[in-house]
Design a protein around this ligand. Structure first.
Ligand code: SF4
Length: 270
């Protein structure tokens, strides 16, 4: 394939960055860039301040930020918001990172399988982490979890579940899937039945790709929702109990909390 040229694409709509993270790609040290914009409006979003707005930042600045972390990291992660929403910018940025000799990670909500496939075809991505916000066979729940009733969300819930499924299939096909995960907050996918339904709906992908499913502890205090903000995060013990009934599906399940990081769960450890 021709090398990517990006003469007309030199800026990205930028949200934020973390110079060094060991949490965003378990086992690797990464620079993380959060790109602005997202097609969803999840009521529990912890990055709500960058869902819209404009802050064009030149690629040269992104390169400087990568260079200043370079001694300590082996990967660059693009997260968001939704990083694949900015197709031209993400293609060019991933190309830039590969030229610098670093690996590329993508955190995505799965809404842009076409962009993901383009990245995979061009060998511009090494690890993909996909959010599964509700069971893939339950568009109604998925719609609730992504705030589909809000006027700014134009994508329909059953289109979303199809696109997420397609994104997972692409990541599996190209051998770059690293993790499927659900962020759990009070009143948002916080029952064992809901988690079990999610696990059942993605089990074939987990079995083929041998990647883990991760139940992540969401932090209500970091959300923009007035009521949710006042609640405490689900405890590690609650998350373990929430995930336990899914163990009989036979896939690898982790719980990720602030206090203990990522822990693989088993019938013996709970
Ligand atoms: S997909 Fe992620 S960034 Fe977008 S609204 Fe939902 S939680 Fe926020």
């Amino acid at each position: 394939m021709d090398p990517l040229t990006c003469n007309d694409c030199t800026t990205v709509n930028f949200g934020d960055s973390i110079p060094l993270s060991t949490l965003d790609w378990p086992g690797r040290a990464s620079v993380v860039f959060f790109l602005r914009g997202c097609p969803y409006r999840c009521p529990y979003c912890q990055n709500y301040s960058i869902l819209s707005g404009s802050d064009p930042v030149d690629f040269s600045r992104i390169e400087q930020l990568i260079e200043s972390s370079r001694l300590f990291v082996s990967t660059v992660i693009f997260s968001g918001g939704e990083p694949l929403q900015q197709k031209d910018a993400i293609l060019a940025l991933c190309s830039l990172v590969k030229d610098l000799g670093l690996d590329v990670g993508i955190h995505t909500n799965g809404a842009y399988p076409d962009v993901l496939e383009e990245l995979c075809k061009r060998k511009l991505v090494d690890g993909v982490f996909i959010d599964v916000k509700a069971p893939l066979n339950d568009p109604e729940s998925y719609g609730r979890m992504i705030g589909s009733e809000k006027p700014s969300v134009t994508i329909l819930p059953d289109e979303v579940t199809e696109k997420v499924r397609e994104s997972i299939e692409i990541a599996v096909k190209y051998g770059v899937l690293e993790e499927l995960r659900t962020t759990v907050l009070p009143q948002h996918m916080d029952s064992p039945e809901e988690i079990r339904s999610i696990v059942y709906s993605i089990a074939p992908f987990l079995e083929i790709s041998k990647v883990p499913y991760v139940v992540q502890q969401g932090l209500p205090g970091n959300t923009g929702d007035r009521i949710l903000k006042e609640l405490s995060p689900l405890s590690r013990e609650s998350l373990l109990m929430l995930s336990k009934p899914s163990l009989d599906v036979g896939v690898e399940i982790y719980v990720r909390t602030r206090e203990k990081g990522s822990e693989r769960i088993s019938f013996e450890t709970i």
